[in-house]
Design a protein around this ligand. Structure first.
Ligand code: SF4
Length: 404
């Protein structure tokens, strides 16, 4: 590179960094309120508070705190029955199926929990060309999937905006719906993704608590909490139809704080972008290459409780359940409000058609092929839907009132 070109690149990087660090999302997380609410949830909720929350027609953040409290654990069956009834009423007995297509495990970020992080020298790095992403999409189409989620690490060269656009364009020719789970971009880039054929963005905050976020995100653009927090609003402003939010359970030891923050974020987006479809997820940390088995910060029973509580508090939001959870648990959780499931997932680039060519991001716990998961759903009385077909969801008054 010539000296002026190198200088220009440096200036561009500096401007980009200033834009990211100076950015403030419209969504405000009220940390003090969340501290008080999660503390009350852990130790102040009475059985009467749980009864009130279960009966409520317009559930508030306090109701959510009551429903996820240790006090409510003894009433899980009641909670589950209400969540099931609310789901059937709002979404029917359908389960939206999707599958991830991993594009690249190249990454310049350092997230302490991820096998793709930059300092992990033990893994084989791979980026598949857009044509191969299309082949993976076609293969998934042969299994029934009409909705793919393109996933990649964060790398300015290997996973540029141009590359992501090319992948979207190629894959969109072979399927009905393409979403992306890639680095946080600006609104202009999201607009390019939409024009290329992308209609959904999945971007988990991982850790909502800004005081803990930096403990796990040490290097790369992902370490800028506010820039990531504002990505959903930038994407929705750019014309994306669907947004997937989530908190990675096991990072912040207070999962109740995270669940309350997640609900607050979802609620804000559903009010602010009322035509959009918002999904929420509470994936639990799984081991990855170079990362030991994490502590189970949330028991299976607590996961069931949290999903049921989110369903009751956010009646219009989709709830996503990934293959991180084992088959027996996923089968049980289906009835608690889950509306979207991945199945038969491979988490390495090119993993469907050329398995074993690169490392996985994390260990999948449900190894059943998609057809077997679909058969389980049918046996349970659900209709697996392979195409992301729902138009913009209409909001109920209940959702629009949740505010923290
Ligand atoms: S979580 Fe994403 S950004 Fe972080 S190291 Fe893994 S691939 Fe990179």
């Amino acid at each position: 590179m010539t000296a002026p070109a190198a200088e220009l690149l440096q200036l561009q990087r500096k401007a980009e960094r200033e834009r990211i660090t100076g950015y403030e999302p419209e969504f405000r997380l009220e940390v003090k309120d969340l501290d008080e609410l999660s503390e009350w949830s852990r130790s102040g909720v009475s059985d009467g508070d749980v009864s009130r929350a279960l009966r409520s027609a317009r559930r508030t953040p306090e109701d959510l705190a009551a429903l996820i409290s240790p006090t409510a654990q003894s009433r899980l069956e009641e909670l589950a029955a209400s969540a099931h009834a609310a789901t059937v009423r709002r979404f029917g007995r359908v389960m939206q199926m999707f599958a991830p297509v991993y594009l690249s495990n190249e990454c310049v970020s350092e997230c302490t929990y991820c096998g793709f992080q930059v300092f992990n020298r033990d893994i084989v790095r791979k980026t598949i060309p857009p044509k191969q992403a299309a082949i993976e999409t076609r293969y998934l189409g042969s299994l029934g999937f009409r909705h793919v989620l393109l996933v990649s690490g964060e790398h300015p060269k290997h996973v540029s905006a141009d590359y992501v656009c090319d992948c979207i364009r190629e894959c969109a020719r072979h399927t009905s719906s393409v979403s992306v789970e890639v680095q946080a971009w600006d609104e202009q880039t999201y607009r390019r993704f939409v024009e290329a054929g992308c209609d959904g963005l999945v971007i988990y905050q991982e850790v909502y608590d800004p005081r803990r976020y930096g403990d796990f995100h040490l290097k790369g653009n992902k370490r800028f909490w506010g820039w990531r927090l504002g990505a959903p609003e930038r994407a929705l402003s750019a014309g994306m139809r669907r947004i997937g939010l989530g908190s990675l359970v096991g990072l912040n030891s207070d999962w109740r704080w995270e669940a309350l923050a997640l609900a607050s974020h979802a609620s804000f987006l559903m009010r602010r972008f009322w035509r959009s479809e918002v999904t929420v997820s509470l994936p639990r940390l799984e081991p990855a290459t170079g990362f030991e088995r994490p502590l189970k910060a949330m028991s299976d029973r607590e996961l069931a409780q949290a999903l049921a509580a989110l369903r009751l508090t956010l009646p219009d939001a989709g709830i996503v359940l990934s293959t991180r959870e084992p088959a027996w648990l996923r089968d049980g959780l289906v009835r608690l409000g889950v509306t979207h499931m991945s199945a038969g997932s491979r988490t390495e680039p090119g993993g469907y058609c050329e398995p074993g060519g690169a490392e996985q991001q994390f260990e999948v716990a449900d190894h059943r092929p998609a057809a077997q998961v679909a058969a389980m759903l049918r046996d349970a009385g659900y209709d697996p839907v392979w195409k992301e077909s729902s138009p913009a969801l209409r909001r109920s008054a209940t959702t629009s009132d949740l505010r923290i």
